[in-house]
Design a protein around this ligand. Structure first.
Ligand SMILES: *Cc1c(COP(=O)(O)O)cnc(C)c1O
Length: 374
């Protein structure tokens, strides 16, 4: 399809999802699909297969399931379906998304323990080791890979080492990292990995997905605490009925995701995408530092996904006005999510390149209304 005549987006989304997508991904949505027809279900099957092959080498030992809704629905489906009655979940939290996993467990009346290292604190592996040695009731451990609250990259590999040493089921919320940061589920021993359509694979919002060890998935039959968010039943239907969803699926979004996966391959796969995001983030941080902004986290804890900057120390500064100025220049940024600090966030995932970041830095200079000396 020739998409040149499609209108450009009025601004570039520098947000952690939904994010800026290509015109070709958007164009892929321009037709309707019948959900019980093979044409559609074979797309679902291809997607499931491809997700597995992005996550592991031994594809036969793993499987994938798609779930309607935003990413949180897939996290909730996983927590609510994987932990058996009488099981206990340990959550390693250092931000809003880790807290959200703990909240899901509370709402579902799942036995819960939390190690909270604060919004800016890295996961403490010693605390994890001690907790697992001490509390034998714990059956499952969940952690966020890239904590999108701050941009913190949690050391999945080191955490997995401790979790697997204690033989616990490991659940990784890789929502904002899968597809953008290389990771081998098998090497890490991850049992369930959760992500969604509208983050680093660069699709549009509407469904999430879970990649799991096949034998871990087979074990969870009947555990779900919800009808629609029953991960096992959703998986079993897709598995036995050749890609069929249990309830109405986001057909257009699924077709757009197929296109987004093709474009990930065209770019050179996850490694290439990681390099682009990394270059974006490095360019952003060094340019922002030159303009006098300070990142919240030290460089060594940073993911290449999103960066939190402290708000300028000026009485005249106000996020809303700064946001509006940048929007006039064609860029949309994100408010902060760390309550203890005045801050804002700039994401660099999606259809965003180094040239865009350089244009952003120019626009920023002109948007710093509180500092006319620059
Ligand atoms: C985006 C995100 C989610 C899911 O958020 P939704 O708004 O439900 O899509 C969960 N965890 C992390 C780390 C995220 O970045």
């Amino acid at each position: 399809m020739n998409v040149d005549s499609f209108p450009d987006n009025p601004y570039l989304l520098l947000t952690p999802g939904p994010l800026s997508t290509t015109k070709t991904v958007k164009a892929a949505m321009l037709r309707d699909w019948c959900t019980w027809d093979d044409d559609y279900n074979s797309i679902v099957q291809e997607i499931r297969k491809e997700l597995v092959s992005l996550a592991v080498n031994s594809v036969e030992k793993y499987t994938a399931v798609l779930m309607q809704g935003s990413g949180t629905f897939s996290v909730e489906a996983t927590i609510g379906s994987a932990v058996p009655p009488g099981g206990k979940l340990l959550v390693l939290a250092n931000g809003a998304y880790g807290d959200r996993i703990a909240t899901i467990a509370k709402v579902l009346n799942i036995h819960l323990a939390v190690i909270d290292s604060g919004d800016t604190g890295p996961v403490n592996l010693e605390d994890l080791e001690n907790k697992l040695a001490q509390d034998e009731d714990i059956t499952h451990v969940a952690v966020v890979h890239t904590e999108t609250t701050t941009g913190m990259l949690n050391p999945a590999e080191k955490i997995a080492g401790v979790v697997k040493k204690h033989n616990k089921v490991f659940i990784l919320d890789a929502m904002s990292s899968f597809g953008g940061i290389p990771l081998n589920m098998e090497e890490l021993g991850i049992d369930f990995l959760v992500s969604s359509a509208n983050k680093c694979i660069q699709g549009v919002p509407g469904f999430g997905f879970v990649i799991a060890k096949r034998d871990a998935m087979e074990k969870i039959k009947g555990y779900a605490r919800s009808l629609s968010l029953d991960l096992y039943s959703q998986w079993k239907t897709m598995e036995d009925q050749n890609g069929k969803w249990r309830f109405t699926s986001a057909t257009h979004v699924v077709r757009a995701f197929r296109q987004a996966l093709d474009e990930l391959h065209e770019e050179g796969g996850i490694e290439a995408r990681y390099r682009r995001y990394h270059e974006n983030q490095i360019t952003l941080v060094s340019g922002m530092k030159e303009l006098g902004f300070k990142p919240l986290l030290p460089d060594e804890h940073h993911s290449p996904i999103i960066t939190t900057f402290l708000s300028p120390d000026s009485k005249e500064y106000e996020f809303k006005r700064f946001y509006d100025e940048l929007k006039k220049h064609g860029f949309v940024i994100y408010p902060g999510k760390v309550t203890r600090y005045e801050c804002f966030r700039i994401g660099n995932i999606g259809e965003v390149y180094k040239e865009d970041i350089n244009r952003l830095l120019e626009a920023l200079k002109e948007s710093m209304y509180w500092n006319k000396n620059i």
